[in-house]
Design a binder for this molecule. Structure first.
Ligand code: HEC
Ligand code: HEC
Ligand code: HEC
Length: 117
């Protein structure tokens, strides 16, 4: 028989061991998101703000966008001017979701995306 006190000590040490083991994995899984990203190639219109915060709050997962829709580097997806209202309306980039089904449509609501900095 082990005494209750030794049992408790062993239990506490085991728990600490588990925490010390798990912590690095927890820290790794909480990857930094990309914060606020401005798209400024908008002609006479106000620039476009993309907020990682607001998209996370409505339940989007990193993998919903990365890397199949957007690369994880600001400015890289738009190389060759790929992102225009035409490609968005065809259902690419932001238009994958902003099609009136998953989120408000790119065919209206201009001022929800084009905002003053
Ligand atoms: C879901 C967000 C969103 C909505 C809604 C939206 N836009 Fe855009 N718009 C963008 C993004 C992103 C770009 C690309 C900017 C860049 O490449 O830097 C863009 C680019 C543009 C451009 C420059 C490129 C081009 O296609 O000529 C114009 C002009 C424009 N938008 C006008 C509009 C108008 C007018 C509306 C409303 C009918 C609108 N946008 C609605 C996100 C949006
Ligand atoms: C709704 C779509 C969407 C979701 C969800 C999303 N991202 Fe992004 N992310 C973007 C866009 C758009 C960009 C800019 C890409 C570009 O400009 O080419 C970006 C860029 C980034 C960048 C680069 C930032 C920089 O300054 O270069 C990182 C890092 C990133 N995202 C991480 C994440 C992580 C981690 C998550 C999940 C917690 C996440 N993203 C979820 C759309 C998204
Ligand atoms: C994976 C799906 C997805 C993609 C891709 C996506 N969004 Fe969204 N977005 C959502 C959802 C869902 C909402 C919340 C529902 C709504 O507002 O209709 C939202 C809300 C928003 C809002 C309102 C909240 C806010 O930030 O003020 C803006 C603006 C916006 N998105 C801009 C963009 C722009 C710009 C892009 C492309 C760079 C983009 N979104 C790409 C799903 C997406």
């Amino acid at each position: 028989m082990i005494s209750p006190r030794i049992y408790l000590i062993v239990k506490a040490l085991t728990l600490l061991g588990v925490l010390a083991f798990a912590f690095p994995f927890w820290a790794l899984s909480a990857e930094q998101d990309g914060g606020d990203i401005w798209f400024k190639d908008t002609k006479k219109f106000a620039p476009v703000l993309f907020s990682h915060d607001k998209h996370s709050q409505v339940g989007n997962q990193c993998t919903d966008c990365h890397d199949k829709i957007f690369k994880k580097q600001a400015g890289s997806t738009d190389s060759g001017n790929a992102i225009t209202m035409e490609t968005l309306q065809e259902g690419q980039y932001c238009g994958t979701c902003h099609n009136k089904e998953k989120a408000f449509s790119v065919k209206g609501s201009c001022k929800k995306c084009h905002v003053k900095p």
